[in-house]
Design a protein. Structure first.
Length: 250
């Protein structure tokens, strides 16, 4: 039974990682993370090996493979996995904070795709409730290629998060701000569509080209949670330190 639940946990974790890496985000971010993590690990490997040696110096290792302890090998693998996860999180966060960088990355990795300015046929701005509240825009665009017309509907083409918990009035205000932002992008024709020259049905739509847009990133909403957690930890540490000082004085 323990093996079954352990297997289920690994399956759930693997499924979550697959969805997060290949569905929610671009798989190219993981490639970038592997490259960066490998380079960092190459330069930091001596520090990692020294720390592992100090950690397992007093540990009796029964099994060895090619003269190296299995414990040390697993420690190195775990260290690289943690480093890879941190690097990947940083890369995903950077791209989520910069629509312009995301557009440039797509252009560089798809040099043969054609960029056109489509016509916005319809757009609407709505509100998502629940714990993670945000306003979002659905739109429909159309463009012509090879003598044919192509159109597509994009759900949640752009979002706007709130740093603090807000009520209905705050959500309506946030929706109005997002609608005003999208209307400005539409008037300036800042949006663009990239399509495959041989298959225009393959498309990628970008609404804005801002170098930095914090309120459009899910990280903006999580910052509030981080602040609460850090504040709680700081209060606990302060209370614990204050209690120890009183005990020492007495």
């Amino acid at each position: 039974m323990k093996i079954f639940w352990k297997l289920m946990q690994w399956l759930v974790l693997t499924g979550f990682m697959v969805v997060f890496v290949f569905v929610i985000n671009s798989y190219r971010y993981m490639i970038y993370a592997i490259i960066v993590a490998s380079v960092l690990y190459f330069f930091l490997r001596k520090i990692i090996v020294n720390r592992l040696n100090n950690r397992y110096r007093s540990t009796t290792v029964r099994y060895e493979v090619n003269g190296k302890s299995m414990t040390e090998q697993m420690g190195k693998l775990s260290s690289f996995a943690v480093l890879l996860a941190v690097v990947y999180f940083v890369i995903v966060s950077v791209f989520s904070l910069s629509p312009g960088l995301k557009r440039k990355e797509f252009r560089m990795t798809h040099p043969n795709w054609v960029a056109v300015t489509p016509t916005i046929l319809d757009l609407s701005c709505n509100i998502q409730g629940g714990r993670m509240k945000y306003a979002y825009v659905d739109l429909e665009y159309q463009f012509a290629a090879h003598g044919q017309s192509y159109s597509q509907k994009i759900q949640k083409a752009e979002k706007r998060y709130s740093f603090l918990p807000i009520g209905r009035k705050g959500l309506e205000k946030m929706r109005a701000e997002l609608l005003n932002r999208v209307s400005q992008k539409k008037a300036a024709k800042e949006y663009v569509v990239f399509y495959h020259p041989q298959d225009p049905g393959k498309q990628k739509f970008f609404l804005s080209n801002d170098s930095f847009y914090l309120k459009g990133a899910w990280l903006y909403d999580l910052l509030f949670v981080y602040c609460i957690l850090l504040s709680g930890i700081a209060v606990i540490i302060f209370s614990f330190s204050k209690g120890n000082n009183r005990m020492n004085i007495s």
